[in-house]
Write a protein that binds this ligand. Sequence first.
Ligand code: HEM
Ligand code: SF4
Ligand code: SF4
Length: 372
Amino acid sequence: MLTSFVRSGQKVILRIEDILNKVFSSEQNLLYYHGAMPNFCMWMLFLSGLLLFAYYTPTLEAAYQSVEYITNKLPYGDVIRGIHRYAADAMLLTVILHALRVYFTDRYREYRLIAWYSGVALSVFMLIIGVSGYILVWDERSFIIVTKITDFLGSLPFIGSSLASAFLNGEVISNYTMSMSFFLHTGTSFALLVLLWVHYMRISRPVVNVTWAIGSLISGIILLFAGLFPAISGPEAKFTVEPSYFDIDWFYLWLFPLIDAVGNIGAWLVLIAGITLVTLLPNFVRNHDKEPASVSKDHCVGCRLCSIDCPYEAIYMAPRNDGSKYKEIAVVIDDRCAECGLCVGACNFDAIELPNYKSPQVMDDIRIALQS
Ligand code: HEM
Ligand code: SF4
Ligand code: SF4
């Protein structure tokens, strides 16, 4: 059943790709930049965040006023704030598109597992960055978020109370809470960058940059939203007034209606079950019988060409001590091999082969293809 679901999803995605190819050409096909689009949004976030950072003060007394100053007094401050808000939403939307694309086109398991697992962790990081970002404004919504998050963390058995006081950075809401939220927001953003490096690590030649046209389109849409629906704050949070304003951002604040609906423990269960399910998705499909490239000791002369050409860094050169006149031999790291066959083409000595796909068979396939 899962297989037919994946097949149907794949058909839909490929059909959309086909249409986009006809309308925009393959160079400007958005779906071919599924990973580059969130990356582009992320750099917009960093850039706009840097500008906001210059005028923001993370204290209970000054945070709200500094955001108001940026929005109402700083030239183009409202635009920069709007870009920061909608680039975050665009990043999440494009991440969802990206995850669906890699899932339905079956590009998420075996040697791509690291990209999948790190992708799940990136999504959790994004949630932390989004929620802490909304606290920084210090309006009534921020107050409600801090109260609910503290309860939510505190509801965990055994470690709950320590987690809650670590989040508050004390026992009650204070300036330390603001510093903690600021640290969570910026620190997790930099951690996300490091994790992205891990995300790309095992991908051969990842497409990380969008074209000028796609970049302009995304920036244009974000600017349009920033102009049409300016990012504004609610009333300032005050300890003497019961907070009531909670304008929901469904991209990053969905946890709070969930907590209201199913309670703290229920929300933990949904969150943990959701993350576990997505993480384990690659385990629900059977991997094909793997036959990585194998090196013939008798033929390898240690010329290194295969290890230079392998796009998955699956071949390293090891010193030889078997009496051969050659100093090194190519060694394949089985788990990394994607069975792409490039090393077979690189080797001039017929010393490396894909056992499932020997050279005569490849030649036969090429002959058949040419004849047809
Ligand atoms: C911060 C958010 C993310 C960014 C900026 C990002 C970026 C990228 C980029 C640029 C690529 C290379 C794409 C290509 O070469 O065509 C990629 C590949 C990949 N990503 Fe992400 N990604 C993010 C989140 C995720 C998430 C949430 C998942 C899934 C849970 C995921 C799973 C994958 C997988 C499996 C690949 C390998 C696909 C392939 O080899 O074709 N990523 N990512
Ligand atoms: S087939 Fe060869 S080139 Fe391709 S991943 Fe495996 S070792 Fe690397
Ligand atoms: S290209 Fe062939 S001969 Fe050269 S190191 Fe690789 S397997 Fe050995």
